[in-house]
Design a protein around this ligand. Structure first.
Ligand SMILES: Nc1ncnc2c1ncn2[C@@H]1O[C@H](COP(=O)(O)OP(=O)(O)OP(=O)(O)O)[C@@H](O)[C@H]1O
Length: 542
């Protein structure tokens, strides 16, 4: 929690600032008998006046005075600091609830005029701690707002919760509202990528999907995808991108995470279907998940429960989604997959501690100007003969075909626990549709804590590419009436054909081929090269 107060609550004494760091360079004496100290992880404000101000707000002084004289502001929360003659002002993000923050500031005068040069250096040092070398300051952000995302509050959330944080962090911002479906594709295709560091989408996952695809359509696609980091200000009904990269679906906390975000590469999945090609960053689903997402429109009145309801009805009815599936498998050993994941987490944490990121490609690449075209797909397209690396299986009783490039698919489902932003693979889950109902329910429940991989009946693999040719299941004639009733109950009354969802968007019910293109895109992350998921830590340890 970025708002944990390292000073501890109610403490009267100075917090531990690390002896070595308590030298005079790190302390700035200001008037009102106060001082500002650069601690280990936080700025420490020591101010006798705080006690009085807090006491004044304390029930007219009727409660015993327990006010603190110190306040700790984590460097992560510091948005900006500046010195104006003899006036130092520090803007920071203050917690305003479990899931929100807002801009606050402290302002002090430097009474001792001889301290001005020291104060200048001190402010520089504070900014360096608040923006370590792997974090760009004053990001230039193109903000796209989907006025119809989620409940239609994106514009309001932007103005109230996000814009003030970006402004306080001295970000350069340009705002544009999307005016039609696919508008973000056009914007990303035509924008001047040299004047922005970030495209931040105040939306659900639909706009980031469009931005990746717009950038990929450009002549200099590779350069554009590396130059501009795509981020999400969660304002939609599905906000998986922000959950995975920033650990939150709160717009204000996500805004802080964007201000402090570290650039990392993200694998994209190139999908070819007929003569079409698109890029997926999140999930691909055929069958039950796609149907519960896209085929429950008539149940919108249920709110987000319609997804759970759609899945439950289909699971209990043992609905089948037969398909022929060909896969280039990287690993199908669950134990090894988990070990590799843990290793990647440790590596990422070590890199983060050294303030390194994996995204050291930018400068070399941008300077060289080479390889701007998208790489040729190693396994060709769905229209080509199948490459010899694929292993093919017909799956007449397939119940769930779900592939993910990110861990969280919703706030309560970490379906792909071992997925990593740029390991060159996606996580593939296949579940047989004839699984006993109790097992299916157990599997569904296990998604909450990332436990799907540990259900023995679930096939969980890391794959580099796959091709799927789905078919519509025809129930035997004596079961047709029951199947029709179930379809109605599940909210898919008039649906005639099967459904395929790529990042939650509907595509034609036709064969498609998918291939991971390693590290093609760039995103901002709070935690470095891993997603915001800790659930695997204790599972299955030897
Ligand atoms: N002005 C607009 N009018 C109509 N559609 C739009 C407009 N702007 C964006 N869109 C479309 O809205 C879709 C959904 O966007 P987004 O993901 O932001 O919202 P959501 O609420 O999470 O999505 P969903 O409607 O899938 O639940 C995108 O496909 C996008 O193209």
């Amino acid at each position: 929690n970025p708002f944990d107060d390292p000073a501890g609550s109610g403490s009267e004494s100075s917090p531990s600032t690390g002896a070595a760091e308590l030298d005079s360079h790190n302390v700035l004496s200001v008037d009102r008998n106060a001082s500002l100290t650069l601690g280990t992880d936080a700025l420490i404000v020591l101010d006798e006046g705080l006690r009085h101000r807090r006491a004044a707000a304390n029930c007219c002084g009727l409660v015993p005075q327990l006010g603190k004289t110190t306040r700790a502001i984590p460097f992560y929360n510091v948005l900006w600091a500046e010195l104006n003659e003899f006036d130092v002002t520090i803007h920071y993000a203050l917690s305003t609830g479990k899931k929100s923050c807002a801009v606050a500031y402290v302002n002090y005068n430097i009474g001792d005029k001889s301290l001005q040069t020291h104060a200048k250096r001190w402010v520089d040092r504070l900014l360096q701690r608040s923006y370590p070398p792997n974090t760009k300051r004053r990001k230039r952000i193109k903000v796209l707002i989907n006025p119809f995302g989620g409940q239609g509050y994106a514009q309001k959330l932007w103005t109230r919760e996000v814009e003030p944080l970006f402004a306080a962090a001295h970000c350069e911002v340009e705002v544009e509202k999307t005016a039609y479906r696919g508008h973000a594709v056009d914007i990303a295709e035509k924008m001047d990528v040299d004047v922005y560091d970030v495209v931040a989408c105040a939306s659900g996952d639909g706009l980031p999907y469009e931005v990746f695809n717009g950038l990929a359509k450009r002549e200099n696609a590779v350069r554009a995808l590396r130059k501009v980091a795509v981020a999400q200000i969660p304002c939609g009904s599905g906000n998986a991108m922000s959950l995975n990269l920033n650990g939150t679906d709160s717009p204000s906390l996500a805004a802080l995470a964007i201000v402090k975000g570290i650039r990392i590469p993200l694998d994209l999945v190139a999908i070819t279907q007929g003569s079409n090609k698109y890029y997926s960053f999140l999930t691909q689903a055929v069958g039950i998940i796609a149907e519960s997402d896209l085929g429950t429109e008539s149940l919108r009145w249920m709110g987000s429960f319609r997804f759970t309801w759609g899945i439950l009805v289909r699971l209990l009815g043992q609905t089948l989604y037969p398909a022929e599936v060909s896969v280039v498998v990287e690993s199908d050993d669950k134990h090894r997959i988990k070990e590799a994941y843990r290793h990647a987490v440790q590596e990422s944490e070590a890199a983060l501690a050294k303030e390194l990121t994996q995204d050291d490609r930018e400068e070399d690449h941008l300077l060289s100007g080479k390889d701007d075209d998208l790489p040729r797909l190693r396994y060709g397209t769905v229209q080509d003969d199948l490459h010899s690396d694929f292993q093919t299986r017909d799956m007449p009783t397939l119940g769930n075909f779900y592939v993910g490039n990110m861990c969280w698919v919703s706030p309560d489902a970490a379906f792909f626990a071992t997925s990593l932003p740029s390991d060159g693979t996606v996580d593939m889950v296949n579940i047989d549709g004839l699984l006993p109902r109790s097992k299916s329910l157990q599997m569904l429940a296990s998604a909450g804590d990332g436990g799907v991989i540990d259900v023995p009946e679930v096939s969980y693999r890391k794959v580099r590419a796959y091709r799927i040719t789905p078919r519509v299941h025809q129930p035997p004639s004596q079961k047709r009436l029951r199947a029709t009733f179930r379809q109605w109950l599940a909210g898919a009354g008039k649906q005639k054909e099967g459904l395929i969802a790529i990042d939650g968007e509907r595509v034609p019910f036709e064969p498609f081929q998918a291939e991971v293109v390693p590290g093609l895109a760039t995103v901002l992350s709070r935690r470095g090269a891993v997603y915001e998921f800790d659930g695997l830590k204790d599972l299955d340890r030897p």
